[in-house]
Design a protein around this ligand. Sequence first.
Ligand code: HPA
Length: 274
Amino acid sequence: MKFDKVYCGKAAEYLKTIIPFEPEIGIILGSGLGPLSSSIEDPIVIPYADIPNFLTSTVSSHAGKMIFGRIAGKHIMCMSGRFHYYEGYNFEQLVLPVRVMKLMGVKTLIVTNAAGGANPSYKPGDVMIIKDHIKLNGASPLRGPNCSEFGPRFFDVSDMYTKSLREMALDLAKTSKLTFHEGVYFYMPGPQFETPAEIRAIQIMGGDSVGMSTVTEALAAAHCSMKLLGFSVISNMAAGVKNEALTTEEVDDVTEAISENFSAYIASVIENIQ
Ligand code: HPA
């Protein structure tokens, strides 16, 4: 299966028959961050199941709908519910949503996730602006025949989390009610949370937050030259950092508790995207 312009184009063509504008910003919401979508003005909601050649979400905290509308006066498209390797998708399949966004006209992608805090100075409810990521597991989502209509075979990822956007996001963080950091997201395939020994290894390697998503979308965005900004909402301290077991309830409760302040912050970020 090749996720090329013809295949991804089927989804985009369908969406274009419904959406009367070109979204300039794409947003992918992480676990428990669905409430952020309520800040979208004049929303047009399309279930993933209605979109030809799209994937379907299998996780209960991920809604499975594409929402078009406006935030801070800008046209956006927002995925409420994302796809993960642990659901059974191949890395190669996970490029599809980002390529559909590209074909819809998206220039800047904002990715959000709920993540464990590996950096012991972080606290649940803090937000980490993603400076860079580490993915040592599995293949690249860009493995296989290259789709040159989206980007080149070999591509630079030394500034994939766009520096100017990170600087703007850090600046706006000063006036947010939330506590912000800038750090490195460490990808783990899940679905199990990590062992304490894995977290100790991740800390030594330079990971500040740890999660099971985001990097595939980020790499697909870098491949097709989208600007990119990423946020980890620290929903729990990673395994072994505190002497407590991790639960998904904790992840959803913390992300929900900050979602109002986080939505306001994301709206200010969107307002400032050029
Ligand atoms: N590890 C991996 N993924 C996560 C975590 C975690 O601690 N919290 C939320 N998503």
